[in-house]
Design a protein. Structure first.
Length: 202
């Protein structure tokens, strides 16, 4: 016989999700008490992991900082044990879309779009105070590559490259698209492609 399972959700006056509860397993969001940047005011400042209220568990917290210009996540600090956090730092870059206007000409937009440029975390140490590296010199970096040239493909994510500080290995994944922007191919790091622009159709 099918057993019904119900999940309960709680929202605040702005329609933001505060918590979910399924059989006493909770997950909660915490929002900024005051905020002047509309790009992230309604995004959580912190979230909990799933925890059991009835067993008296203390939830672990994950905290978020946001990129002021785009409202996207700038830093994630995830609690791994009491007083100890693992951090991931994100950076963004401006890109200007290229498109064909009503006259049939390829033009560049005046308004930028912020796209993810890179992210890094630390293998075993902690992020330094300037948020540019790791205290133990074990920085793991992922860099994101986008289309280049004069065609209308400069917003396509064509590749990502992962490197680790102090190691020579480079892990590059490349993506291929059709003329409509649909991803139609992916090349894994074992192929050892040096440049994701090589062999691209769009």
């Amino acid at each position: 016989m099918y057993k019904r399972q119900t999940t309960y959700y709680e929202y605040d006056g702005k329609g933001r999700l505060l918590s979910s509860n399924k059989y006493g397993i909770y997950k909660a969001n915490v929002y900024f008490s005051s905020c002047s940047n509309y790009k992230y005011c309604n995004k959580p400042e912190a979230t909990t992991n799933y925890y059991s209220f009835w067993d008296g568990e203390t939830p672990s917290m994950t905290y978020y900082d946001y990129h002021a210009q785009s409202g996207q996540v700038k830093r994630i600090r995830k609690q791994v044990r009491s007083g100890r956090y693992n951090s991931t730092i994100f950076t963004y870059q401006k890109k200007y879309a290229r498109y064909i206007n009503q006259s049939g000409n390829m033009v560049t937009s005046d308004e930028p779009i912020w796209l993810l440029s890179s992210q890094f975390s630390c293998k075993s140490g902690s992020v330094n105070s300037s948020q540019t590296g790791c205290s133990s010199n074990d920085k793991i970096t992922t860099t994101y590559e986008y289309g280049s040239g004069s065609a209308g493909n400069n917003l396509f994510l064509i590749g990502k490259t992962m490197t680790t500080q102090g190691e020579n290995a480079v892990y590059r994944t490349c993506y291929k698209y059709d003329r409509f922007g649909n991803k139609i191919g992916e090349t894994q790091p074992k192929a050892q492609v040096a440049d994701c622009n090589i062999g691209r159709e769009y």
